[in-house]
Design a protein around this ligand. Structure first.
Ligand SMILES: Cc1cc2nc3c(=O)[nH]c(=O)nc-3n(C[C@H](O)[C@H](O)[C@H](O)COP(=O)(O)OP(=O)(O)OC[C@H]3O[C@@H](n4cnc5c(N)ncnc54)[C@H](O)[C@@H]3O)c2cc1C
Ligand code: SF4
Ligand code: SF4
Length: 726
């Protein structure tokens, strides 16, 4: 795209942000208060460009510009104020439309146009950009890009629940991109080989923040606050950092070294850790305030387990809750809970407890779940791996009583269930079947039916509002609680959720705490993800794009998995990862508007683009190879593509049509027999000649450009002979 075209397409909001950023970067504002006003204006404008602004934003930036002009004292400040005031004045409507519609009218503010995978990621990571970087072999750059939104790329590359993959558009073609596994591959490469280094933190700004809980939520906030120059202290009740990543998720899924490595990188930024220190027991919020902390983040997770509420639950020491059980194993206890174990529940925690029990040598491990396999909340791959390792499943089964004598469990009295109408969760309610009783012979029972927030220690945090579910209530955009200067994130807010949700909350909280301490109003809307980079397309033929398949994850053999805590997933090889990254459709650029398909079919009557995935509700078949058979290289699709995803260009003697780098068609161009101008490929020329056949039948066998054809037709009609070929 030419410079002029880029200028024309540039959004005034984006352009003004760019100008103000360079003023700040070049340190042109020599009066301290002006710098502060300019920084506030920049933050508020970034809100506007990312769909987070409210009606008060525009008057606020106008007022700040006016202040820079009136009270600026030095000419650079006044000039900056004038530059801003003039932009606000001239482009008032575009600024206001960004605020009202959260859409950039010239589609230039990338933050307002994220790919579905990025939208689905709770941390808002720019997936297509890092996937493409991995495809280019740039693992360290990919990790750098991921860490702008998530300081735990390696952890998430191993255990993230990958909601991005459920939204992946490639999944409408064949299988979704293995986004999680690619992240794990790049992080392992870049971090274990020391090719990735922490970013430089901003200079110390003296602000002091205390974070309670060293799980992913608290640690993420600590990372982004430290990068902003804050002095951060993390208080943790356990002797180690990592939260549920460390004491919940078993080692065969997430090796300890991975967590240690990523936590160490946060510590390297100067974050102070006070281990074995429990809020409410060892220290109080008032004492911490007296120490000089100005803002607090509560990120204590949800570590207490629900009771099963069945007879015998409190009678036997062999009834254990899964959270305590997994924690014990995580800190080194390798005693099997029993010989034959029943695990109650159907979620990921139940799978972890079952697979851990197999590894500890239990002879028989049965997961007891009251619905069917398809209703299980556990991830499919977890269930499959549990089966491979020998875990048994009793579906449509509900425990009624734990039986035993002399303090020893002998069995679990169960009833069969049938599925009735849906309940509040939308899943069909299990209804016990009278007379279907049976006893499962077991000597230990592990309950994994859900967790709740343990409030002990938080009672003294005055004014905290709690939801009916027993979680802390916060403002979803800023993570502010009802207590002044106290924020909260992670499972303590959402109830038991996921690592990446805690990370997303931690990132939001860091920004909100920064605003709070700098006196900037909090956003009204949750943030829209940011496109971090414009990564060039990976070029390949359509045949390659269509035939590449998602690789299977190489696994440790079942036998080894049954007896060791060695990592079960072995990770992709280099070749697998690079090829997999090349399957991405680059939905950050192709917005699947379908204009190209329509123009080709309806206007040109060619129907060369078979992109079934542009239909969200009912995706049809996609075969990008068909274009090579049918496309005439007229360029109508490229001319109508609003984003530059579809491109047609002449490369030497060839004309090439590509969709986000995938070559759909390439044909040799012909030249005008009269003047030598490039005509386009023969196929295109034939198409045109078929259309003008009726008008000028005598031109049928000649290759002429429009100008020469017009001249020839005019001469012919005047009774003269057509021009000579050159
Ligand atoms: C067995 C299991 C498996 C899981 N598997 C996955 C998975 O595969 N993928 C996934 O995405 N998610 C998984 N999760 C969920 C995920 O681990 C959590 O959602 C996530 O860790 C929550 O992060 P958090 O920061 O809110 O809290 P946590 O990780 O729970 O961390 C809270 C921290 O606060 C500390 N703390 C608590 N009270 C106090 C106090 N009063 N004072 C000081 N410190 C305190 C705790 O010791 C803990 O270290 C799993 C959870 C469990 C239990
Ligand atoms: S194809 Fe690529 S850009 Fe599109 S949703 Fe999947 S990972 Fe994201
Ligand atoms: S290539 Fe362009 S016109 Fe076609 S669907 Fe994608 S964005 Fe729309």
């Amino acid at each position: 795209m030419s410079q002029q075209l880029t200028e024309e397409k540039a959004c005034p909001v984006a352009r003004t942000i760019q100008r103000l950023s360079s003023v700040l970067k070049e340190d042109r504002l020599n009066v301290a208060k002006c710098r502060v006003w300019a920084e506030k204006t920049l933050t508020l404008m970034e809100d506007i460009a990312s769909g987070r602004a409210g009606p008060e934003h525009f008057p606020a930036i106008e007022a700040l510009a006016a202040r820079l002009i009136k009270e600026g004292e030095a000419s650079p400040c006044v000039e900056t104020g004038r530059m801003l005031a003039s932009a606000f004045d001239r482009h008032r409507e575009i600024f206001l439309s960004h605020i009202e519609t959260h859409i950039c009218p010239v589609e230039d503010c990338e933050k307002l146009n994220p790919a579905p995978c990025q939208m689905a990621c709770p941390a808002g990571i720019d997936v297509p950009s890092y996937v493409t970087l991995i495809g280019q072999g740039k693992d360290a750059e990919a990790v750098e890009l991921i860490r702008r939104d998530n300081p735990f790329p390696w952890v998430c590359g191993l255990v993230c629940t990958h909601p991005c993959e459920f939204m992946c558009v490639r999944g409408r073609v064949d299988q979704p991109i293995a986004i999680k596994d690619l992240k794990g591959f790049a992080a392992e490469r870049a971090m274990s080989e020391g090719r990735y280094k922490n970013p430089e933190p901003a200079p110390d700004n003296q602000g002091r923040v205390c974070i309670i809980g060293a799980g992913p939520g608290g640690l993420t906030a600590a990372y982004y606050l430290a990068l902003k120059g804050y002095r951060v202290t993390v208080i943790e009740s356990l002797p180690m950092a990592g939260g549920m990543m460390m004491v919940g998720i078993p080692r065969y899924r997430l090796p300890r070294e991975v967590i240690d490595r990523e936590v160490a990188m946060i510590e390297d930024l100067g974050v102070e850790f006070r281990m074995s220190t429990r809020l409410g027991e060892d220290v109080t919020l008032d004492e911490l305030r007296e120490e000089g902390f100005e803002a607090f983040l509560i990120a204590v997770g949800a570590h207490s387990s629900f009771k099963m509420g069945i007879k015998g639950e409190d009678r036997f020491p062999q009834v254990i809750d899964a959270i305590q059980y997994l924690r014990r194993v995580a800190v080194g206890d390798r005693h099997a809970p029993g010989r034959k174990v029943a695990i109650i529940g159907g979620g990921n925690v139940a799978m972890d407890a079952a697979r851990t029990s197999i590894r500890l040598g239990c002879q028989e491990v049965t997961v007891v779940y009251r619905r069917t396999r398809s209703e299980m909340p556990a991830n499919e791959e977890e269930v499959v791996q549990a089966e491979e390792e020998g875990v048994k499943f009793a579906f449509l089964t509900v425990p009624m009583e734990i039986k035993g004598d002399s303090g020893q469990i002998t069995g679990l009295h169960c009833l069969r269930t049938e599925l009735g109408p849906p309940d509040d969760s939308g899943r069909r309610r299990p209804v016990p079947v009278e007379g279907s009783d049976f006893v499962l012979e077991v000597d230990a029972v592990i309950s994994a039916i859900g967790q709740a927030v343990d409030r002990t220690g938080l009672e003294e945090a005055d004014n905290l509002q709690w939801s009916k579910r027993g979680t802390i209530q916060v403002h979803t955009a800023s993570m502010e609680t009802s207590s002044e200067g106290v924020f909260a994130v992670g499972d303590v807010v959402t109830g038991p959720a996921t690592v990446v949700e805690a990370i997303g909350g931690g990132k939001r909280a860091a920004e909100a705490i920064d605003r709070y301490l700098r006196g900037i109003p909090q956003p009204k809307m949750p943030p829209v993800p940011i496109r971090r980079q414009r990564v060039p397309f990976l070029e390949m033929p359509a045949s390659t794009k269509m035939t590449l398949r998602r690789p299977e994850m190489p696994m440790l053999g079942d036998e080894r998995r049954r007896v060791t805590f060695q990592q079960a997933e072995l990770g992709y090889s280099e070749n697998m990862a690079r090829e997999e990254a090349r399957r991405c459709l680059r939905c950050d650029v192709c917005v699947r508007c379908g204009r190209c398909v329509d123009v080709c079919r309806e206007k040109m009557g060619v129907d060369a683009l078979q992109m079934g995935y542009v239909e969200f509700e009912h995706p049809g078949e996609t075969d990008l190879r068909i274009a090579a058979e049918r496309c005439i290289l007229c360029g109508a699709c490229a001319a109508n593509c609003p984003t530059g995803a579809m491109r047609m260009e002449d490369r030497g003697e060839e004309r090439v049509l590509s969709l986000c780098g995938t070559i759909l068609n390439r044909l040799e161009v012909e030249r005008c027999e009269a003047c030598g101008a490039v005509l386009g490929p023969a196929r295109y020329h034939d198409y045109i000649r078929r259309r003008i056949h009726g008008i000028s039948p005598q031109l049928r066998d000649q290759r002429l450009c429009l100008e020469c054809a017009r001249n020839a037709a005019a001469k012919h009609h005047a009774g003269m002979s057509p021009p000579q070929a050159f």
